[in-house]
Design a protein. Sequence first.
Length: 274
Amino acid sequence: MSEFQEFKAFEKAGWEERATGYATLMESVTGSLMSSFVDYLEPVAGLRTLELASGPGFGAAEIAKRGGEVLGTDFAESMVAEASLLYPNLAFQQEDAEDLSFEDDTFDLALCSFGMLHFAHPEQALSEVFRVLKPGGKFTFTVWAPPEDYPVFGLLAEAVTECGSLDVGLPPGPPAEAFSIIDGARNAVEAAGFDFESFVEVDTKISLCPASDIINFYSEVSVRAQGILEAQPADKRKAVEEALVRRYEQFEVDGVVLLPMPHRIVTAIKPQDG
Ligand SMILES: C[S@@+](CC[C@H](N)C(=O)[O-])C[C@H]1O[C@@H](n2cnc3c(N)ncnc32)[C@H](O)[C@@H]1O
């Protein structure tokens, strides 16, 4: 378990700083997708659902809206505080998805929206979800498309490669594309004991912000992207940022960036005899 500990500490410190900015800027992004994710868990009414890596609690809010009993969890204390502030009637608590404090067979359903790619040991998180779900319980998680098909990363990589360096010594994490391709997702959930149910590729466009605000957007919502920008040599950083803004300008419609945000929705079931 010692692999990627530096990555985990880097992620934790980064998310602790970003709760309010992330909540504000991502409500219209991940928040707008949450209803389509919860559809895969249906029915949720009257059932007990665990949300992992819940951030500001958009998923928990959607589940509660549909009559589910939900507990939102995140390893960042500030995210738990932000979610509690936004949704005072819902329950949130600090939990590491890789080491959950719950008894075996506690929840009927589990949701993890865009958390998996931030876990240092996603296979351990899958085992933990499997353990705390009741037999027959369902788990839906979402990830972005592989880096080469996901412009938020692709445009950053292009701008940085053109004017600076991607090799800035950020702590390495597990492979980013592992769950974004069907075989990777299927193998991972099956290795944890789940029956694989579905892998859905969604192509959608989402309004982000004016291109001129995109550097602030990265800084508020992304730990690793901001780490890459911050680590550029002083004499190159301005050129990198300008190159990035130029790329986003191509996606502006009526003054707002409308960006493809392709993602995957993966659903797995804990077998009845699991
Ligand atoms: C990209 S945000 C996703 C937030 C929210 N689910 C959404 O869809 O907007 C990733 C979240 O994962 C959390 N996180 C990262 N590693 C974690 C871990 N090991 N256990 C629990 N939460 C973790 C971060 O604190 C952050 O809130």
